[in-house]
Write a protein that binds this ligand. Structure first.
Ligand code: SF4
Ligand code: SF4
Length: 179
């Protein structure tokens, strides 16, 4: 496969600084609403803050890959004496939980690094974090050329096919196209 130079985008998370204000969730859901800016619902955000105020736990996790099947096992972390929920740090949109799914439709939500916002220098959650808990970094790296990176539409279709079957999805799209 051909090698290409790719800009690698990273959001560095400083786990000691987050205070759980959830501004990152608010701005993400606001910008990715359909139509844009029409609603503001952190349950639709592509970043979710794991929070447990009594145990002083606040950790933002970015939505990652969609998966049709849950893992065979579960991870549980204890860090500095704080115990985090099972699968707490997992980024997957998976059938075992509600995280990283549209609350109404159940469709997967994945962080796109705000790539649909070309005028923005940094992802919006990074800009909104007043405490510099989230730090944006870029670097260039030689990587294998990606074969068709999935956008939101492909991702949603994939999850609908997993749920209803390919035939039903094709029939439905064909019916809608005739309207
Ligand atoms: S980088 Fe953009 S899409 Fe990803 S969580 Fe932050 S605001 Fe949402
Ligand atoms: S905006 Fe920053 S401080 Fe607030 S919850 Fe998000 S990461 Fe934490």
């Amino acid at each position: 496969m051909a090698k290409i130079t790719k800009k690698i985008k990273t959001i560095k998370i400083d786990a000691d600084k987050c205070n759980g204000c959830r501004s990152c969730e608010v701005i993400c859901s606001f910008v990715h609403a359909t139509p844009k800016y029409s609603s503001n619902n952190p349950a639709r955000s592509r970043i979710r803050v794991i929070r447990h105020p009594i145990k002083d736990i606040w950790v933002p996790v970015f939505g990652g890959e969609y998966t049709a099947a849950e893992c065979m096992g579960r991870d549980k972390y204890i860090i500095d004496g704080k115990e985090y929920d099972e699968c707490g740090f997992c980024r997957a949109s998976c059938p075992s939980r509600d995280a990283f799914k549209e609350p109404d439709s159940g469709l997967p939500l994945k962080c796109d690094m705000c790539e649909d916002e070309p005028s923005e220098e940094k992802p919006l959650c990074v800009q909104r974090c007043m405490h510099d808990f989230l730090v944006y970094e870029e670097r260039e790296e030689e990587v294998e050329e990606e074969q068709g990176k999935l956008g939101d539409v492909e991702l949603h279709l994939e999850s609908l096919v997993d749920k209803y079957g390919l035939e039903k999805v094709i029939d439905t799209v064909a019916r809608i196209a005739q309207k």
